[in-house]
Design a protein around this ligand. Structure first.
Ligand code: MTE
Length: 365
């Protein structure tokens, strides 16, 4: 199927097969990210082609009543809309030092959309989760190849599980709409999971099966990918921890890196988010982190989506300035200068910076 991401100027093309796109930071400057600016992360070269008349969602495993639902049936169920920020676990990977392995994302693999769909809980309730269930696995329709340490894994399906308590969160949606329109093929048409607070790998696209399990799911994208391998550049297999919820983070969407700022007041702005608690504070520095001032948090706190922050600023004198932002969440976690290194460069929430100059700053240079 022709990709809808083709020819979209706000998205940086990182890979064609599989399709991987990230947004330019300045293009992320709206609370809801338009679909043509929303990052795309596929693992396999082929985007599933789904005929909606043949498509079914199976719900099976440790359930009292296995279900097979067609699209009409799902559309007839009570639906809900919510704004959720998705961030890929590999976002900001290219800024890890020493370099980490994986798709080379800068800071643009994060976006927010208004999703509409059926609460996952309603479907699990209809099927009746049996005692003894511990996890729920979500199967995508996409299949492909991955390589690890010279070994090629063929015919791999994209499957990810959530612990039962996380799967039962009332916030999880089986989404069929994104920003008021049906999901595009790139974003998982016809149905995807949207699991707020978890890094994006959990939000399985092209969903075809929900499998309730009485033991932990073991699969490539569960135990080989999306695990922290923490011990320096040398891999230490004994220290594998699963990647789960989103760490506190912020970005600066205005101004742009390298911008020449006209004299007079401006507003520095961006977003802050965390999957572990509401964002409680954002601080901004114009001197590369020597001194910090509090930004104003706009709108409502919501652990499922990012929060706009603003910081009015006027240059005290002509010069070069390095802006930084750092966020704190309600657990007390705060962004630091460095994020723990791990082999695949996941969850890099280190403080981001950008440089601007004001007119006259070149004088005497
Ligand atoms: N679901 C399937 N079936 N296949 C995939 O490759 N990629 C995952 C997740 N769901 C993926 C998937 C990852 S790693 C991320 S970050 C999000 O989808 C990206 O969602 P998006 O492409 O809609 O932005």
């Amino acid at each position: 199927m022709e990709s809808t991401a083709a020819g979209q100027p706000h998205l940086v093309r990182i890979s064609e097969a599989p399709i991987v796109r990230e947004s330019r930071l300045a293009a992320l400057d709206s609370f809801i990210t338009p679909v043509d600016r929303f990052f795309v992360r596929n693992h396999f070269a082929d985007v599933p082609e789904v005929d909606i008349n043949d498509w079914r969602l199976r719900v099976d495993g440790e359930v009292s009543v296995p279900l097979e639902l067609d699209f009409e049936r799902i559309m007839a169920m009570n639906s809900r809309e919510s704004v959720v920020t998705l961030e890929c676990a590999g976002n900001s990977r290219s800024h890890m030092r020493p370099p980490a392995e994986g798709i080379s994302f800068s800071h643009g693999a994060v976006s927010a959309a208004k999703w509409r769909g059926v609460p996952l809980l309603a479907i699990l309730d209809a099927a009746g989760v049996k005692d003894g269930a511990v996890e729920v696995a979500f199967h995508g329709s996409d299949v492909g190849e991955e390589e690890e340490e010279g070994e090629v894994f063929e015919d791999l399906p994209y499957v990810r599980s959530l612990p039962l308590n996380a799967a039962l969160s009332p916030d999880n949606l089986l989404a069929y709409e994104m920003n008021g329109a049906p999901l595009t093929p790139d974003h998982g048409f016809p149905l995807r999971l949207v699991a707020p607070r978890w890094y994006g790998m959990a939000s399985v696209k092209w969903l075809k099966r929900i499998q309730v399990l009485d033991r932990p799911y073991d699969g490539f994208f569960q135990n080989r990918r999306y695990v922290f391998i923490n011990e320096g550049p040398e891999k230490d297999i004994a220290r594998r921890e699963p990647v789960t919820t989103i760490k506190v983070k912020s970005n600066i969407t205005t101004p742009r890196h390298g911008e020449i700022i006209p004299p007079g007041p401006i507003v520095i702005r961006g977003f802050a988010w965390s999957g572990n608690g509401e964002v409680t504070r954002v601080e901004v520095s114009d001197d590369a982190g020597e001194t910090w001032g509090d930004a104003e948090l706009k709108g409502e706190a919501d652990v499922n989506c990012w929060r706009r922050w603003e910081f009015p600023w006027t240059a005290k004198e002509p010069g070069h300035f390095i802006f930084m932002s750092r966020a704190t969440d309600s657990t007390g976690a705060r962004q630091e200068r460095e994020s723990p290194w791990n082999f695949r460069g996941y969850a890099n929430n280190a403080i981001q910076s950008l440089a601007v100059e004001t007119p006259g700053s070149r004088a005497g240079a």
